[in-house]
Design a binder for this molecule. Structure first.
Ligand SMILES: [Zn+2]
Length: 169
């Protein structure tokens, strides 16, 4: 039985398609307007490149991860031993700042184990700058902003970088 047979009569509001437009032309149309946002001429869904900003929560999580991992001879650290406010911190992987361990337990989606990369450690130490935004399409990385930041820019005025580093040492 088709899934649709389970529903009361309904219509999926697909856009009207130009019968002369090729799939290639449709993709070009999407690409031309994907940064400012548009609608797919085939399925009608919104298509947009989204800018994800490197935020204070990412910085706090990364700093605590670096400190914890360092304490343990650069071993894996469970996320629950790190500091964070929101659960958006896994995005730090998009900037190449940390990696997660493969999961042995297939019933769980992730191992919850984290380790900073060399780049992540350098960013926390303030020796490298980072792109302020990661450009995402369909939740996949598709580029970075030219604009860059230091770790203390990411923490913002609510946090004192020096104080935070001292308290973790
Ligand atoms: Zn589509």
């Amino acid at each position: 039985m088709r899934q649709l047979d389970l529903f009361e009569p309904l219509e999926i509001p697909l856009p009207k398609v130009d019968p002369n437009m090729t799939l290639d032309e449709a993709q070009t149309l999407v690409l031309d307007s994907v940064v400012e946002g548009s609608f797919c001429p085939c399925c009608g869904q919104r298509v947009q490149v989204y800018q994800r900003k490197f935020n204070a929560n990412f910085a706090t999580f990364l700093i605590s991860l670096v400190m914890r991992s360092k304490e343990r001879g650069w071993d894996w650290v469970h996320y629950s031993d790190c500091q964070f406010k929101g659960r958006d911190y896994p995005y730090i992987k998009v900037w190449g700042l940390a990696i997660t361990a493969e999961n042995d337990d297939t019933r769980k989606r992730s191992s919850g184990l984290w380790k900073p990369t060399e780049r992540g450690v350098a960013f926390v130490n303030g020796t490298v700058r980072l792109h302020r935004y990661a450009m995402m399409y369909d939740n996949k990385l598709c580029g970075y902003s030219k604009d860059t930041i230091h770790i203390w820019d990411a923490l913002g005025s609510r946090f004192d970088y020096d104080e935070m580093m001292r308290s973790w040492r």
